[in-house]
Design a protein around this ligand. Structure first.
Ligand code: SF4
Length: 170
């Protein structure tokens, strides 16, 4: 194995270990098929290098972070897909029931709307802010975590999504 290949393998292993720890700490589960999971992680690392953000390895990126914000892994669709289908669209994450063998995986339909419909469904404007509220309320688009504070947290304390994944809720 060349030095470059060795570095790539190490990079994938480090990412895999970090993700395994994070998912365990936050109550999520990685697909137990390590080879499959590492193949998806390779795609995430490649996308991070190519676009500057780790967009979903199973979806076509627009190469524009604002447009792809909903498909930066973990995407906005992970949790509803886990609840409904037992896995995210790529099957990088699986539910408890799938992990225990109580549910079998089948193909997962794409939940992401086409671009025009996504634009029409943008989150409500800050006009909806409740009068008299001391702080704005922020919502993590990935896991739904809410917090009322002047500034956004750098990282979601629940799912570890970065600050850019938050939207103003109220
Ligand atoms: S969580 Fe979303 S972005 Fe990440 S691998 Fe699964 S489907 Fe793709």
């Amino acid at each position: 194995m060349s030095g470059e290949e060795n570095t790539a393998v190490q990079e994938i292993d480090i990412f895999y270990e970090r993700l395994t720890e994070e998912t365990a700490a936050t109550g999520y589960h990685l697909n137990p098929d390590t080879e499959f999971t590492k193949a998806l992680i390779t795609g995430l690392i490649e996308n991070e290098k190519r676009y500057g953000y780790s967009s979903c390895p199973c979806r076509l990126a627009a190469r524009n972070k604002d447009e792809d914000i909903d498909i930066i892994c973990p995407c906005d669709y992970r949790d509803p897909d886990l609840a409904e289908h037992g896995a995210c669209y790529c099957a990088l994450y699986v539910s408890d029931a799938v992990l225990k063998g109580e549910k079998t995986l089948s193909s997962i339909p794409e939940r992401r709307l086409p671009p025009e419909e996504r634009a029409a469904k943008k989150s409500p404007s800050p006009k909806a802010r409740i009068e008299g509220l001391a702080y704005p309320v922020w919502r993590c688009r990935v896991c739904g975590y809410l917090c009322a504070r002047e500034v956004l947290p750098d990282t979601c304390p629940i799912c570890k999504a970065k600050k850019e994944r938050f939207e103003q809720f109220i």
